[in-house]
Design a protein around this ligand. Structure first.
Ligand code: FMN
Length: 597
């Protein structure tokens, strides 16, 4: 084992900042990360065992115990639950003969739950040994587990191939993309390399001015003006970096997966334009581990671009314009989408958000000036360069220029990716996707807002309903509090990095109080207390995860208060919530006495 681990470390030049890659390779080689490997990694990279252990313990897909020869990661998001997660999970347990969180005695099959895997339009879905299985049913599970027991390679399994859809429809990376609407920016035709050629006639400041004039804002959710970000970075001293955020962890979003499989060259060209503008030679695509199956395909695209001088040295004959991209995989952690956590992770550490200031544009990757941009933002840049900022500002709404990709899932006839102009009314969006009898729409994923019909006249744009693109639709049969708010809150509990106490603790208190209400033991004051705690989360945490972890509770109390009131006891205003019997149970058991209250 030592020799294998040593050769893995050597592949990464014994560089401790490549710890994520080393752990990924070791996990792949042995199916887990043995203690002995931790020792070898620590020695080889000049780290302590604690350093290695603290990174590996942070990520969902790194384990110290075997995960099974066939490691099934079944998505447990709210949409997956709506589409049959429970029956599929039960079928896996029955067929495999072990429970979720366990591995069969022979070590063959491991069952694990995981957060959204970017397939919300094709749920229930699972990743098995880096192959995606979609639209699962108990019957399909039976077939898949049968094939596992027979030792079949996952790639050979019939159900891996897009659940019977025509194999030709499957885009290069073995997933099916439901692109329902192509718009003028991301999915319009273009000639690869045109933006790069144009750079020969512009200096970096002129490029930044053009980006500023387009008013393009970040597509990752926060909407920061991209041109300004680039300008700040260019003005900071030091080796500069371009980091593309493809973490795509917000439940319900899958547009990055679609861009990466459909138009990856658009993205890499956008990264190179950014490199030219800010004066950076190094681009890193930070890609979530859930998309590991895209690796070979994307590496191939990068190789093609190098061969066509779209990446590499003196790009398109522009003297001194050198830029290349490497892919950095994460290890499974939603918080790593937060830009400073992403940087920590890309440096081989736990994905814990940094204090700001300093901002990444001043002190980011390797403590150097860094632009972190979303995949879609960087793609938009190429079209802005090709067609001009004025063309771009003609689309969209007052404060939101251009188009936006929406990942739409849930109760609608046509789930998938839609490129719309900013400013689309929610009502029109619902009609476009064939949604009827709609009770609620979740705009922006669990960290966004849940709105009801009175708000369907509102528009999707930064000045009204901003979103990174996740849209989930719930019809009138769905139980919003019992099934959706609890699922979202569980997600935040699971994904909190734990460094801010309110994020770590209040989320759990919220979940317990929700359960009290759902169990019929709630009173009116519980609703107010829930609201109060959720408000505190907004101000008492360091990063956006903690600040929005109360959003499912807050926005449903605001827009669906009647649903909470229907669940609580109206005749009691207040109860302490203290269950005397439950609290003395442990001590009574200890002295072998039954509580006698
Ligand atoms: C918990 C959390 C998760 C995030 N996840 C993502 C993500 O997956 N992709 C993304 O582009 N931005 C994500 N963001 C926003 C980033 O911090 C950052 O604003 C963005 O990458 C900047 O790029 P943009 O300006 O092009 O949008 C997340 C933020 C938080 C707080």
């Amino acid at each position: 084992m030592r020799t294998t681990v040593k050769s893995i470390i050597e592949k990464y030049n014994n560089d401790k900042t490549r710890l994520m890659d080393i752990l990924i390779d070791v996990q792949k080689e042995f199916g887990f990360i043995p203690d002995e490997a931790v020792e070898v990694i620590a020695e080889g990279c000049g780290l302590s065992k604690v350093d290695v252990n603290q990174t590996l313990s942070f990520y969902h897909f790194f384990t110290k115990k075997p995960v099974g020869e066939y490691a099934v990661y079944l998505n447990n998001s709210a949409v997956a639950e709506m589409k049959g997660f429970a029956s599929v999970a039960k079928a896996f347990e029955e067929e495999a003969g072990c429970a979720f969180g366990e591995v069969t005695e022979d070590g063959k099959i491991g069952l694990h739950e995981t957060a959204c895997i970017g397939m919300s339009d094709q749920e229930p879905a699972a990743i098995i040994n880096n192959v995606v299985f979609t639209n699962l049913t108990p019957a399909k599970v039976k077939e898949i587990v049968g094939q596992m027991k027979a030792g079949k390679d996952v790639k050979e399994m019939i159900s891996a191939k897009g659940d019977g859809k025509n194999a030709n429809e499957l885009i290069n990376a073995e997933v099916f993309n439901n692109i329902r609407k192509k718009g003028e920016v991301i999915f319009s035709d273009y000639e690869i390399g045109t933006a790069l050629k144009k750079l020969g006639t512009m200096n970096p400041e002129e490029v930044i001015d053009e980006v500023k004039a387009s008013y393009v804002r970040g597509r990752g959710g926060a909407g920061f003006p991209t041109g300004l970000k680039w300008e700040f970075c260019r003005k900071s001293e030091g080796t500069r970096y371009v980091l593309c955020n493809a973490d795509e962890g917000e439940p319900g979003t899958f547009k990055e997966r679609v861009i990466l499989t459909e138009v990856p060259k658009l993205l890499f060209e956008g990264m190179a334009v950014c490199g030219y503008a800010i004066g950076s030679k190094v681009g890193i695509l930070y890609l979530r581990y859930e998309y590991k199956y895209l690796e070979a395909y994307l590496e191939n695209v990068l190789a093609e671009m190098r061969a066509s001088n779209l990446l590499g040295k003196n790009i398109q004959g522009i003297e001194g314009f050198d830029f290349d991209v490497r892919i950095q995989f994460g290890g499974g952690a939603y918080v790593c989408g937060e830009e400073s956590a992403l940087i920590e992770s890309a440096e081989g550490k736990r994905g814990e958000p940094r204090n700001r200031p300093p901002f990444p544009v001043q002190k980011g990757y390797m403590d150097s000036p860094t632009v972190v941009n979303n995949v879609e933002t960087l793609c938009s840049i190429v079209k802005i360069m090709n067609k001009g900022s004025e063309w771009f500002t003609m689309m969209g709404s007052r404060e939101s220029a251009g188009t936006k990709l929406l990942s739409i899932s849930g109760d609608c006839k046509y789930p998938g990716v839609y490129e719309i102009e900013w400013g689309l009314r929610v009502r029109d969006m619902l009609e476009m996707v064939g949604a009827e009898d709609v009770q609620a729409v979740q705009v922006g994923g669990p960290s966004g807002v849940m709105i009801g019909p009175k708000d369907f006249k509102r528009t999707i744009c930064f000045e009204d309903l901003p979103t990174g693109g996740s849209i989930m639709i719930f019809n009138n049969e769905r139980k919003l509090i019992e099934d959706v708010v609890t699922n979202f809150t569980d997600f935040f509990i699971e994904e909190s990095c734990g460094s801010c106490v309110p994020c770590r603790a209040i989320t759990v208190l919220l979940r317990q109080r929700l359960q009290k209400i759902i169990d019929g033991n709630g009173v009116m004051s519980d609703i107010d207390e829930l609201k109060d705690w959720a408000e505190k989360l907004k101000v008492a945490n360091r990063c956006g995860l903690g600040q929005t972890a109360g959003a499912p509770v807050l926005t449903t109390i605001e827009n669906f208060r009647d649903k909470y009131e229907a669940l609580v006891q109206k005749d009691i205003d207040f109860d302490s919530g203290f269950d005397l019997e439950a609290s003395v149970q442990a001590s009574c058991a200890f002295v072998d006495r039954t509580p006698n209250l």
